[in-house]
Design a protein around this ligand. Structure first.
Ligand code: DGJ
Length: 737
C-alpha cells in the first residue's frame, strides 16, 4: 500500500507514511492539528514518533505561543509554512485577507486517500493509465479563523520513486481574498547537510550544471521572464554530501510549468533547510472570489538512493511514459532536415527542393521549413502574425512544397511562432490591443516583436482558427512551435487594474488551452517546441509537445555540455539535436563530422546545413550516419540512459572527454558513445566501465564481431584509444548474444 495513516509508536500523534518502492515520505499530525513534516528518504515500514522536533525554550525568536511552552512553530518542521504566526521562515502561502492582514494559521481539517491521480484542470501534469499506478493523499487544512481551505495533494507512485505535489486553495468566506504567493511544494529538511544542484545558463549555453553547498540564508533560482527561461531551468536537486553519479541520496524537484517560477532553499538558524517551489510571487497575485478555488501547478519530486544517474532514469521513464502524450509518444522520431542554418530567410521553392534532394540522398525522412515562409517575412523584423504563405518566395504555396516533399518520400514540417506579433503586420494593424503592453509606455520590442495577449480568450480562439487553417492547408506532419522573446510590460487591455498581476499566469494558462485544442485536433502532427533554442525546456511544454529544440547552439562541443545538463532530467526522446556545418555558426569552431553526428545522435536526430554544398562523398558519409541512427534510434529515444563519466565531478577526465550509454529496455542492445572535448597530442587512452547491461549475458561488438561478457565490460571496461587524431568521437554498438 502506498499510503498508510495510523497512530505513531508514541501513541499520541498520527502520521501519514507515503511509500514508493525505495522511499518514504512522512507527515505527522501533532496536537491542535499542527501538520509537521517528519522526513523524506529511504523506505521504512513504520514511524514511531517525531524525533526531529527540536524542543527548546531559549532566545527572543522562539515565541512560546504554544502549549507546552517549548514547542515553537519556528523550529518545527512544517508541511506548508504560513505567514504571520511564530514561523519566521519564508512561507509557502501568503494572502491579503479581508482584515488587511496576511496571517494564516493552517491546521488539519480532513483527509482523503484516493485511488489514482486526479487531473489538474487546464494544466499539464503527469497522468496514470490505471488507478493502481498511484494513490493520492488529499490533505485538507483550514485556517483557524477564516473559512479558507488549503488542500495539499501528494500523488504517490507504486512502481516509481516519485511523489507529485500540488495545492488547491478554496475561499469559502463571503469575501474576496488576494493570493500573493502559493507554492506548489514545501518541505522542511531536518538538516542542511546537502549540496544544491541547479541548471543555469543563457541563450546558446543552456542548462549548465552548478553544484554548491547550502549555507544559512536563502539560495535559489527563479524566472521573471514570462517563460521558464534559458537562464534557470525549473529544476533543483538536493544531494547528500557523498552523492555521486551512482551512489548517495538525491532529491530532485521539477516544476511542471512554463512561466515565472521560484525554487528556493532557506537554511535557518537551526540549520534545517526549507525547500519550496512554485509560481514566482514576483508580479503575481490572484483574486480569489468568495466560493472560488485556485490550483497551483504540479511539482514532480524524485528520490534516488543511488545517485544522480538513477534520478535521471526515474525522471526519463516518468516523462516518456506518463507526461508525454499523443500519437508520437512512443513512435520512433523521424530524421529531420531543417532549412534554418542552411538558408536563413533566403530561399524559394527551387532552393528548398534542391535541399530536399540532397537531404533525401543523405537518408533524411522529414523536411522542416523554418522561419520566413509567410507574410512579408524577408527578415526577422516583420510579419509575425500574418500566417498566410508568401507566394513571392514560394510559388504554389505550402501545398506545392508539401507535395514536392511527398514525391521525394519526405514528410513535411512547418515553423510557426504563434504567440507573437510584429508591429509591422496585418494582425497588429487589425488588433493593436491584442499584444501585451502597458498603455502610455513605450513598448519594448525584443527582436522587433511583441507577445500576443494569450490571457484573452478571443486571442487564443483566433490563433486556434488561424493555425488550424494553416495546419490543414497542406500535408503537414510536423510543427516547430517557436517563441523568441521574453515578457515585459506585463499588462492586458482586457483586465482591470485589480487583475493585472494575474496576467503572466493567465498567459501560461491560455497557452496551455491553445496547445490542448491544437494537439487534440491534429493528433498526427509531431509538435516540436522551441524558444530561441532551449528557453522553454520544461515538463509543462513536454505534456503537449514531446520534443524540444535543445539549443540554438549547434556546435558539437557546446552541445555535449548542454545535452548533459538536459538529460539530467529530460529524456533523450525530448531532446532535438541537429548536425550543422563547420565552421559552426554560433562558435566558429570546426569539429569532425563524426563528432557532430555522434553528439546529435544522443537525442532526436536531424541536420541543419546546406547539403547542396556537400560533395558526393560527404553526402554518402552522412547517409551512413542516418542509417546508423535508424538502427539505434529506438534504443536512444526509448531505452535507459547512463553517464559513463559524470560531467560534474571535478576531475581531469571530465575536462577531456564525455561518454554516455543507451541501453535497450530489455538490455538486448546498447550504444556506447565517447567524445573528446579537449584536443591533445597523443591523447591518453580511455577505459570505460559500462553500465546497465545484462550482467549474466555476453555482448557482441557489431563492428568487430568481438564478443565480451557483460561482466568484463562492466567491471574491467572497454578501451578507447587514438580517437583524437581522426574523428574525436567513437560509437560502439553492442548486441546481446
Ligand atoms: C529561433 C530558433 O531557435 C531557430 O531554430 C530558428 O527557428 C529561428 N528562431 C527562426 O527565426
Amino acid at each position: 500500500m502506498g499510503i498508510i495513516f495510523e497512530k505513531c509508536g508514541n501513541g499520541e500523534e498520527s502520521y501519514f507514511l507515503l511509500n514508493t518502492p525505495s522511499s518514504s515520505y512522512i507527515i505527522s499530525l501533532l496536537k491542535d492539528g499542527i501538520v509537521s513534516h517528519s522526513g523524506w528518504g529511504r523506505r521504512i515500514e513504520k514511524w514511531s514518533g517525531n524525533s526531529s522536533i527540536w524542543k527548546i525554550d531559549r532566545g527572543v525568536n522562539l515565541p512560546p505561543d504554544l502549549d507546552p511552552r517549548n514547542l515553537s512553530l519556528d523550529t518545527l518542521p512544517q508541511e506548508y509554512g504560513t505567514a504571520g504566526k511564530s514561523d519566521f521562515r519564508p512561507c509557502a502561502i501568503e494572502a491579503a485577507l479581508k482584515d488587511g492582514t496576511n496571517t494564516l494559521d493552517l491546521r488539519y481539517f480532513s483527509h482523503q486517500i484516493i485511488g489514482g491521480k486526479p487531473p489538474l484542470k487546464g494544466m499539464p501534469a503527469t497522468y496514470t493509465l490505471n488507478d493502481g499506478e498511484v494513490q493520492t493523499l488529499a490533505l485538507k487544512l483550514k485556517d483557524t479563523v477564516y473559512d479558507i481551505y488549503v488542500t495539499l495533494f501528494y500523488a504517490v507512485w507504486a512502481e516509481r520513486d516519485v511523489i507529485c505535489r500540488w495545492v488547491q486553495v478554496e475561499n469559502k468566506t463571503a469575501d474576496k481574498i488576494k493570493l500573493e504567493k502559493v507554492m506548489s511544494a514545501c518541505i522542511d529538511f531536518a538538516s542542511s547537510d546537502f549540496r544544491m544542484l541547479q541548471m543555469s545558463g543563457a541563450w546558446g549555453r543552456e542548462r549548465k550544471v552548478y553544484i554548491r553547498d547550502l549555507v544559512p540564508g536563502t539560495q535559489g533560482i527563479e524566472s521573471r521572464r514570462g517563460s521558464s527561461s534559458h537562464h534557470q531551468n525549473p529544476f533543483v536537486a538536493l544531494l547528500s554530501k557523498d552523492a555521486s553519479e551512482d551512489s548517495g541520496e538525491v532529491f530532485g524537484f521539477n516544476f511542471v510549468y512554463s512561466g515565472n517560477f521560484e525554487a528556493r532553499i532557506d537554511v535557518d538558524y537551526t540549520e534545517s533547510a526549507r525547500f519550496s517551489m512554485g509560481i514566482n510571487p514576483y508580479n503575481f497575485s490572484w483574486n480569489l472570489e468568495a466560493g472560488g478555488a485556485f490550483v497551483a501547478p504540479e511539482v514532480v519530486m524524485v528520490y534516488s538512493k543511488d545517485g544522480l544517474g538513477q534520478m535521471s532514469r526515474t525522471f526519463h521513464d516518468l516523462y516518456r511514459e506518463r507526461l508525454c502524450r499523443g500519437e508520437w509518444k512512443n513512435k520512433p522520431r523521424p530524421i529531420v532536415i531543417n532549412n534554418w542554418e542552411a538558408t536563413y530567410f533566403d530561399f524559394n521553392e527551387k532552393k528548398l527542393c534542391e535541399l530536399a534532394d540532397a537531404a533525401k540522398a543523405a537518408g533524411v525522412e522529414m523536411f522542416v521549413l523554418d522561419d520566413g515562409w509567410f507574410g512579408n517575412r524577408f527578415d526577422d523584423r516583420r510579419a509575425l502574425g500574418d500566417w498566410f504563405v508568401n507566394t513571392q518566395k514560394l510559388k504554389g504555396g505550402l501545398s506545392y512544397i508539401a507535395s514536392e516533399m511527398k514525391k521525394r518520400g519526405l514528410g513535411f514540417g512547418l515553423w510557426v511562432e504563434p504567440e507573437m506579433v510584429s508591429p509591422e503586420s496585418e494582425l497588429y494593424k487589425a488588433h493593436p490591443d491584442w499584444c501585451i503592453h502597458i498603455p502610455g509606455r513605450e513598448m519594448y520590442l525584443a527582436r522587433t516583436q511583441l507577445m500576443l495577449d494569450l490571457s484573452r480568450k478571443e486571442v487564443t480562439d483566433y490563433l486556434f482558427e488561424t493555425l488550424s487553417a494553416v495546419f490543414a492547408s497542406a500535408e503537414i506532419s510536423y510543427i516547430k512551435w517557436d517563441f523568441n522573446r521574453y515578457m515585459t510590460d506585463v499588462h492586458s487591455d482586457a483586465l482591470d487594474s485589480e487583475h493585472q498581476q494575474e496576467v503572466a499566469h493567465r498567459y501560461v494558462l491560455g497557452l496551455y488551452s491553445l496547445l490542448e485544442r491544437l494537439t487534440a485536433k491534429f493528433p498526427h502532427i509531431l509538435f516540436e517546441s522551441c524558444a530561441s533554442g532551449g528557453g522553454r525546456f520544461d515538463p509543462g511544454i513536454l505534456y503537449y509537445m514531446p520534443q524540444i529544440w535543445t539549443s540554438d547552439n549547434t556546435d558539437a562541443l557546446s552541445r555535449i555540455s548542454i545535452q548533459a545538463g538536459t538529460t539530467l532530467v529530460y529524456p533523450p526522446s525530448a531532446m532535438s539535436c541537429h548536425v550543422s556545418a563547420v565552421p559552426n555558426h554560433q562558435t566558429a569552431r570546426i569539429t569532425p563530422l563524426a563528432q557532430r553526428a555522434f553528439t546529435a545522435m544522443a537525442g532526436t536526430y536531424g541536420y541543419e546545413l546546406d547539403m547542396t554544398k556537400l560533395s558526393k562523398d560527404e553526402i554518402a558519409q552522412i547517409a551512413e550516419y542516418s542509417e546508423l541512427y535508424k538502427k539505434i534510434r529506438t534504443v536512444v529515444q526509448y531505452g535507459s540512459f547512463y553517464r559513463l563519466v559524470s560531467p560534474w565531478e571535478k576531475s581531469d577526465k571530465v575536462e577531456k572527454y564525455a561518454a554516455w550509454m543507451n541501453v535497450a529496455e530489455d538490455k538486448s542492445f546498447a550504444v556506447v558513445t565517447v567524445s573528446w572535448v579537449y584536443a591533445e597530442a597523443l591523447a591518453p587512452k580511455i577505459v570505460l566501465r559500462l553500465k546497465g547491461l545484462d550482467e549474466n549475458a555476453a555482448y557482441k561488438d557489431t563492428k568487430t564481431g568481438k564478443i565480451y561478457s557483460a561482466k568484463e565490460l562492466m567491471y574491467y571496461g572497454l578501451l578507447f584509444a587514438n580517437m583524437w587524431a581522426g574523428s574525436a568521437s567513437e560509437q560502439i554498438l553492442l548486441e546481446r548474444v
